[in-house]
Design a protein around this ligand. Structure first.
Ligand code: ZN
Ligand code: ZN
Length: 262
């Protein structure tokens, strides 16, 4: 069976990953989520804002979708169709990474960490990295320069490790794990792992007692020149970052509903 290619719309499986606990892949299909994805596109098109609660004219300028056509060059969005304990359907929404510098926006899935903790550790280390940069500009001795550069590289690596250490992943057996424990790619966790729509949506569902029925992720904003990301197009979850953690995150999801019916 071929592995995930990055071809859009090529398969009905929206996301998948290898689960070490079960020794096999877990997956989630699109099912009804595509329709809700199209509805979200329509909302973004008409409101031109991520503020979906108020009238578009009242929304904060920072939430405007104009950002997606300039500096940001587009972004992935996702919807998760879920079954609530009372039998009703719930739709969760997410944007990948940060939106215009914001990790948290009302009505959208939060990140997998406490964003205040992230801000605190980032600010402290970044100030130190900046100081080293200034010292480097004045250091004449090659040996001093080498030491300063090594120290700066070490600080960046430590910061990335501490940031990754803040993530808490919950799956559908109610188990919680760090990024390091959940990832199947060992110490080689790429930057941004856990920030895509699929992990944000699944984590929120697992913590809210919701059973995922279907997932759909699409790109919105300025399409890139190479054509790998096109506005309004659906894409399966990424192989670079998500595949390594989705096995853990999807564990327990298949047994909790009728299965991958179309
Ligand atoms: Zn991803
Ligand atoms: Zn499993």
């Amino acid at each position: 069976m071929p592995r995930d290619t990055c071809r859009p719309d090529a398969r009905p499986v929206a996301c998948r990953g290898f689960c070490r606990a079960c020794g096999r892949d877990h997956q989630l299909h699109e099912n009804g989520a595509r329709r809700h994805g199209l509805e979200l596109m329509e909302l973004l098109r008409t409101r031109r804002s991520l503020d979906l609660g108020a009238a578009a004219t009242d929304s904060a300028p920072r939430l405007s979708t104009d950002w997606l056509y300039g500096e940001a060059r587009g972004k992935m969005f996702g919807v998760l169709e879920c079954l609530a304990p009372d039998g009703s359907t719930r739709i969760l929404r997410a944007f990948s990474g940060q939106y215009n510098g914001l990790w948290e926006i009302d009505g959208w899935a939060p990140p997998l960490f406490d964003s205040r903790q992230l801000a605190a550790i980032t600010a402290a280390t970044e100030a130190e990295i900046k100081e080293l940069g200034a010292a480097l500009a004045y250091a004449g001795d090659p040996e001093d320069r080498r030491t300063l550069r090594r120290r700066r590289r070490q600080l960046s690596q430590d910061l990335m490790r501490r940031i990754h250490g803040l993530y808490r992943l919950t799956n559908f057996h109610g188990r919680e794990a760090s990024l390091f424990a959940a990832a199947t790619n060992g110490s080689g966790i790429p930057t941004g792992t856990g920030d895509c729509c699929a992990p944000k949506l699944l984590n929120l569902a697992a913590r809210s007692n919701l059973v995922p029925l279907g997932l759909a992720e699409f790109f919105w904003g300025r399409s890139n020149r190479s054509g790998t990301r096109e506005e309004g197009r659906f894409y399966p979850s990424c192989a670079e970052k998500c595949a390594a953690i989705l096995g853990f995150m999807l564990c327990g999801v298949e047994g909790s509903h009728a299965g991958p019916a179309a």
